[in-house]
Design a protein around this ligand. Structure first.
Ligand code: SAM
Length: 290
């Protein structure tokens, strides 16, 4: 696509319709942002995952709006209805039950369909269970991989964990309380019992708790104490790059020197083993030069 074919319009200028995607509290009501309330006051319809949940949330802030139900099972049809209303000039915001819509929640198809229909999208920022848990975990947060929910079937869950085993970044999972015990046991046996992990439970609520330990220790926890909503954060796999001893470098050099010049042997040894050339050169000087 050439730059000339790209249609551009700033989100808050021009007349094209725009869908708001609003993040809502994951626990504490104080997480509802002033901007979210400002947008909600302005709009004509609240499209949402569950009209009862969003209705009672809005009621707490003295707001009474018309709702459009848009959940996992009707998202395609509901999206068409929402797009028609937006094109008629109605103002609409979408919210899921908690946190960001689309993140392990409905809203992704609606967002895609809106974008395909030339409708702009603006996200009203707010809480995310994944980011909240990751930040409080104290595990490396510069690079992390958000996985979300593992499959509920044990065989599929184990297969997914196998595929995640070698990731060299922190992994963030969501899990339901009725599966937490089985999931922790699978994590311990597949990802490794000595890997550090944190269970971030009931975030921003009265019984907020961070449980820190190894996956092996987590797998032994009394399941009846793991109630409420939980994020599991798993330490990254340590780098698998192998370390090489000086004696091993001497052996490699010795072999290469049978067929190569000293310069080539040093260069190849350094490159193949990912070691700085000057290190190999020093070893060469000490062991092969008299
Ligand atoms: N869309 C949400 C978000 O942006 O965080 C996530 C929704 S997902 C259906 C629900 C899962 O998020 C829960 O099973 C749990 O793993 C996690 N979660 C939601 N609220 C939480 C909380 N207060 N404390 C810990 N985990 C939470």
């Amino acid at each position: 696509m050439t730059a000339a074919m790209i249609n551009r319009e700033l989100n808050f200028f021009g007349n094209s319709p725009l869908l708001y995607l609003i993040a809502t509290p994951i626990g504490n009501l104080g997480e509802m942002t002033p901007r979210a309330l400002e947008v909600l006051k302005e709009i004509d319809y609240v499209a949402c995952e569950d009209t009862r949940n969003s209705g009672s949330l809005l009621k707490k802030f003295g707001l009474d709006k018309q709702f459009i139900s848009c959940h996992e099972h009707n998202e395609e049809e509901a999206s068409q209805k929402i797009i028609s209303l937006l094109k008629e000039g109605k103002k609409i915001a979408y919210m899921s039950d908690a946190g960001y819509p689309t993140v392990s929640d409905p809203g992704e198809r609606l967002t895609k369909r809106c974008i395909e229909a030339g409708i702009k999208v603006s996200v009203v920022n707010g809480p995310s269970a994944a980011i909240c848990g990751l930040v409080g975990s104290g595990l490396e947060a510069d690079h992390f991989y958000f996985y979300g929910f593992l499959p509920s079937k044990p065989s599929a869950r184990k297969k997914e964990l196998e595929s995640l085993k070698a990731r060299e970044d922190t992994i963030v999972f969501y899990e339901a309380p009725h599966r937490i015990g089985a999931t922790l046991k699978d994590m311990s046996s597949i990802l490794g019992g000595d890997r550090k992990a944190v269970i971030a439970r009931e975030l921003t609520k009265q019984h907020e708790e961070y449980i820190r330990g190894t996956l092996g220790e987590m797998a032994e926890l009394d399941e009846s104490t793991l109630i409420g909503e939980m994020v599991i954060i798993v330490e990254k796999q340590k780098s698998t790059a192998k370390t090489i001893s000086n004696d091993e470098i001497v052996e490699i050099l010795k072999e290469k020197l049978e067929n190569l010049s000293s310069k080539e042997a040093i260069k190849e040894t350094a490159k193949e083993n990912d070691i700085p050339k000057n290190v190999v050169y020093d070893i060469y000087l000490k062991n092969f030069k008299d």
